[in-house]
Design a protein around this ligand. Sequence first.
Ligand SMILES: [Zn+2]
Length: 309
Amino acid sequence: MKLDFSKRKAIQMGIASVAVATTGFLVRDNTLESSVEKSPSLLNIEDTANNKALLKTKDKPVTIHSETESAIKDNLNKTVNFDNTFLEDIFLPQEKINVFQSALQRIMRVQKTIGYANFNLVSFDNMILYAHRYPKIGKFTKAEIALIDELFFFDANEYGFYGNKVIQNLTSEINKKETIKISGSGHYLFQGDALSKFNQLKKDVGPDLVLTSGVRSVVKQLQLFLAKLDSSNGNLSMASRSLAPPGHSYHGIGDFDVGKKGFGKFNFTSKFASTDEYKKLIELKYVDLRYTQNNQIGVRYEPWHIKVV
Ligand SMILES: [Zn+2]
């Protein structure tokens, strides 16, 4: 498959940026576009590490002696400042923005039409069928399918996500019979380990612990990733620091998210780590978090995401 996501230099922003000072390739926003064509090979992590870089932390440059150490710090810096733009960030090419927008809007219409709960489990083939069947959704265009395909099969390492690909097929299906809907949540859990872990958690933490996201099909993960990509202005690297790309989410094979009842959107922020529910759950011996504070996967700290698999 032909992959042509462009490697664009991002504008250096504030304290979160890592400056590669030795090569003199650092560009400002006014030279952004012209430098893109000339130096595309600059934009990968290895290059950054090989440059024996100055890691700039706030105003004090720190010299990093080991290239590996530099790469690790660089990675951690990015996961802590996940919402910032970095020099090496990779963007969706400008010419794909329109088709990206139309694909995202169409997927959102599928979700609205079949309902949020059903959408959590919907397969790619069924999404295409629904779009075909309901005029208010409208058929996916060839270009939209091609973009979805390309995003799914593109090597996420290229834009800075280092987690495993746990689902290999875009058309992989969730067997609904292997799941159970958790009442009052609109979410599902896989029967077996996930369900028993969640039930045990509710027992040990208390009734205010709720399921905020359970089983997600490839399509559900795709919708979340595209929406994140949209709010990240097409920055694939930034999006993947907050959300595993489709095919890479353990929600597809067992993991789930928990929160505090009534805490709303804050359940998906670091604020969750200040709740009593979090303090209780983290002390339980059987609880592991998927994305820890020092992870090298390229993902922000997620105190709400329970590892099952
Ligand atoms: Zn999660």
